[in-house]
Write a protein that binds this ligand. Structure first.
Ligand SMILES: [Zn+2]
Length: 473
């Protein structure tokens, strides 16, 4: 297939992003070539191309989003427990209790609905982490979503303890599944967290990661309880404990990192470790991690959603505006603000404004659209060499979005990258290719995805299973 548009997003977080006229040649699951060219150049290329040829002028063509931390079946728990559920440790106090009751069929049915929500938001690849790993992979296969599935591994605490060997096996069954691999579904190693996994299991994970070149995906330093347990059991921090087990020798995606000190960050290696920031989730279950500290430490970091039960949406693009605004919010709770609030004096107001200006100037590229978008495109797309993505480049997987630039959500698209990072562009998303296959051809995505009957059937099964689950609890 040969696609051309006068507005294609090329480049990555290393080279920078640019919008240019270009033709993409797609063969199988991957992008074979990218040729910057005008319409006349495209016409010449098309003459020698014997497969489908598509002129997408007027549309913006971009990589699809990568959501590098998700628990798709938890779509079923969206809204459960009410606002007060987030006061204390929601994972241990609420989610573990619900998860104990989940059947394999529930996991697959709920994950399917979460997968549809992801596709609707322009996500082609999820880094999924949950119990029932084979069911997760099956749900991705059912819906056409691609991803790295980490069956959750626990041996100390949590609903997965009794399932450990089964989930370990599921990880390696996935590694051997060529059919799923062709669709873009691969395994990752999914130890749950530093306090639910023993030293023995962490070492087993590290050995398997080295032997099979797998990425480790885990929650690290996500709660005060986790940190307290690390100090009580091991006399060190959560990250210090991980380092001691050898787990940090692996290629590792560490998610949340809310309780990571400078000393902890010093244990990490930017060459093989990536930190995961889930702002809207952390705002609910805890508070946002200090990503400026991660940046100072030179660590690569990406932006993801976590689950619908504490976010509550699975589109990573919306998270970017919060990231962009982080340099501004510290001013709201500063000493300068308190001084102005009590005095009302103009001098204090000027000091408050100076505080805001200093923060803006200290982080000049913090809200740069290309930097923001890279955190949901090429940075997560580079996590695992099995499926390079998040970039439109030769050899990358063909996960591609088309956007209607005449849509009011993007008009007048003076700066399409800025519009994509900061606006609410969801309705302008009109076409999607995952692993080289159309989920919805340009102009038809919404109807192809939600109105072809498959979604309706998936949702009805999930409705029935959720009703049964809630009746059980
Ligand atoms: Zn999580």
């Amino acid at each position: 297939m040969l696609l051309w548009s006068d507005k294609v997003v090329l480049g990555d977080h290393v080279s920078g992003l640019r919008v240019a006229a270009a033709a993409l040649e797609i063969e199988g699951q991957r992008i074979r070539s990218v040729t910057p060219c005008d319409r006349a150049g495209f016409a010449t290329l098309a003459e020698s191309h014997d497969d489908e040829v598509l002129d997408l002028s007027g549309r913006l063509v971009t990589p699809a989003f990568v959501n590098a931390h998700a628990h798709l079946p938890m779509a079923a728990f969206r809204g459960v427990g009410g606002a007060m559920a987030m006061r204390d440790n929601v994972v241990e106090n609420l989610f573990f209790a619900l998860e104990k009751e989940l059947s394999n069929e529930d996991v697959r049915a709920f994950a399917r609905v979460g997968a549809y929500e992801s596709l609707r938001a322009g996500v082609a690849v999820v880094w999924e982490h949950y119990y029932g790993g084979d069911q997760l992979a099956a749900a991705l296969g059912d819906t056409g979503l691609a991803g790295f599935v980490a069956p959750t591994l626990q041996d100390l605490d949590g609903p997965g303890v009794a399932l450990l060997e089964q989930q370990w096996q599921a990880t390696f069954d996935l590694l051997a599944d060529d059919t799923l691999a062709e669709q873009g579904v691969f395994p990752a190693l999914g130890p749950h967290a530093t306090d639910t996994v023993s030293g023995e299991l962490w070492r087993r994970v590290a050995d398997a990661a080295a032997q099979h070149d797998l990425t480790v995906h885990a929650h690290v330093a996500q709660s005060i309880e986790e940190l307290e347990r690390a100090w009580a059991r091991h006399g060190t921090s959560a990250a210090g404990w991980l380092a001691r087990t050898g787990a940090l020798d692996a290629r590792f995606l560490l998610v949340h990192g809310i309780f990571l000190s400078e000393g902890d960050l010093g244990l990490l290696d930017p060459a093989r470790h990536t930190l995961g920031f889930c702002p809207y989730s952390q705002l609910q279950f805890s508070f946002p991690a200090d990503v400026q500290g991660w940046e100072r430490a030179g660590m690569p970091w990406l932006v993801a959603t976590d689950c619908a039960a504490c976010n509550d949406g699975m589109g990573p693009q919306k998270e970017l505006r919060f990231v962009a605004g982080m340099r501004a919010v510290a001013t709201s709770w500063s000493d300068e603000q308190r001084a102005f609030r009590s005095s009302g004096a103009l001098d204090n107001a000027r000091a408050l404004q100076a505080k805001r200006q200093a923060a803006f100037d200290a982080w000049p590229t913090w809200a740069d659209p290309a930097k923001l978008l890279s955190r949901v495109w090429s940075i997560p797309g580079a996590l695992d060499p099995r499926m390079p993505c998040g970039v439109l480049a030769p050899g990358a997987w063909a996960h591609v979005l088309t956007w209607d630039l005449s849509h009011p959500a993007l008009w007048p698209a003076t700066d399409p990258l800025r519009a994509l990072a900061f606006s609410e562009p969801g309705d302008a998303l009109d076409g999607m290719l995952v692993s080289g296959r159309w989920i919805g051809r340009p102009g038809t995505l919404r109807s192809a995805l939600l109105h072809d009957g498959a979604y309706e059937a998936a949702r009805k099964e999930a409705d029935a299973r959720l009703a049964m689950l809630l009746a059980k609890i």
